[in-house]
Design a protein around this ligand. Structure first.
Ligand SMILES: [Zn+2]
Length: 153
């Protein structure tokens, strides 16, 4: 399944230029055009899904499997790689810019330019417990709606 006007679908069809590093029946991995560090890869399902909400679980597993292997490949590549980040942006508020699911896999090293700015303060246990309850409620709702409900009831 592809979507007209989707650049990652075009890459998956071989109709747009990309520096491909890995391909199988369901997954493609290629160099990010704007690498945060040299070696920055994007792993995509070949079938179009805009975000996690419409990504079949099996496709997510296949994307993760490829990313896991590619993280090892980066460490063995000779590129500077003291660590690896996997990063997935789901939704505009999460800085998703191309609405075809993609998992970033990129080398990290001391002094590299990648930053995540956040408030990392420790929260109180009762607040964490209330938040956990909300997430469990969401998980039950997702399961009831036929979505991915991977935790036992
Ligand atoms: Zn697409």
């Amino acid at each position: 399944m592809t979507q007209d006007g989707c650049v990652f679908c075009a890459i998956a069809r071989g109709q747009a230029e990309a520096s491909v590093v890995y391909e199988d029946a369901s997954v493609l991995a290629f160099m990010d055009l704007q690498p945060v560090t040299p070696g920055h890869l994007l792993v995509i399902p070949k079938a179009h899904s805009a975000g996690l909400g419409d990504l079949p679980e099996e496709a997510g597993i296949q994307v993760w499997r490829a990313a896991h292997r590619l993280a090892g490949a980066l460490r063995a590549s000779g590129l500077r790689c003291e660590g690896v980040n996997l990063f997935l942006a789901d939704g505009e508020a999460a800085f998703q810019e191309v609405f075809h699911v993609h998992l970033h896999v990129f080398p990290r090293f001391a002094g590299d330019p990648f930053r995540i700015d956040a408030d990392w303060r420790v929260h109180e246990r009762d607040r964490l417990d209330r938040t956990a309850a909300a997430v469990r409620k969401g998980l039950a709702a997702s399961r009831a709606a036929g979505g991915p409900g991977i935790m036992p009831a």
